[in-house]
Design a protein around this ligand. Structure first.
Ligand code: GRF
Length: 199
């Protein structure tokens, strides 16, 4: 799993694994941020965790960092790469190394509101329903095939914070379920079309 932030999605997945709901294990957690909460949560659970410096760019990994991320994942014998609040765009070499095996969770009902602070984009637009999406990562930003979605209502009086919190609750329910279905081989992917689900 790769993350840059507090790691609540990592915790949800680690707990689902511990409860026997996902037939898999987290082989390594890697972060581009040295003091990210996700690294601490991994260490607390005895899961190998590493910081790898991202290099000079702000929104992606430089070539050396990309190679180091790939090497760390290979060393851990990872079959899947789950992004959980990883704030850098992965492309080229990385996606070729793990083609069709990189999954992300995004806090909106894609294809609406790709990019940053999607909950705020939804609130500012005035939609009455938003949600979260688990999707494959492709060369675009939040454009890969959709594996699972969960709708979340926008309520009167919502602020960016209250809406974000409701979406994150949905994320912590959806992501483990989609990962469980994926590793069980229950989701088939044909181009954009998948047998993923909504909950
Ligand atoms: C989540 O809200 C996810 O949608 C976005 O980044 C956030 C990560 O939160 N991609 P956490 O680090 O899992 O708590």
């Amino acid at each position: 799993m790769l993350g840059s932030g507090k790691g609540s999605n990592f915790v949800a997945i680690a707990e689902a694994i511990a409860a026997g709901r996902i037939p898999a294990r987290v082989s390594v957690v890697v972060s581009d941020v040295p003091d990210a909460g996700i690294l601490k949560h991994a260490a607390d659970r005895g899961i190998p965790s590493r910081h790898i410096a991202p290099g000079a760019f702000r929104t992606k990994l430089d070539e050396a960092a990309e190679a180091a991320f790939i090497a760390a994942l290979r060393e851990a014998r990872a079959d899947w790469v789950l992004l959980a609040g990883f704030m850098r765009i992965l492309k080229g070499e990385f996606l070729r190394a793990y083609e069709g095996r990189v999954i992300n969770i995004h806090p909106s009902l894609l294809p609406s509101f790709p990019g940053l602070a999607a909950w705020k984009q939804a609130l500012d637009y005035g939609v009455k329903v938003t949600g979260c999406t688990v999707h494959l990562v492709d060369q675009g930003v939040d454009t890969g095939a959709i594996l699972g979605q969960q709708a979340v209502p926008v309520r009167d009086g919502d602020t960016a914070e209250t809406l974000h919190a409701r979406i994150q609750d949905a994320e912590r329910a959806l992501y483990p379920e989609v990962v469980a279905a994926l590793v069980r081989g229950e989701i088939r992917v044909r181009g954009r079309l998948t047998t993923g689900f909504s909950r």
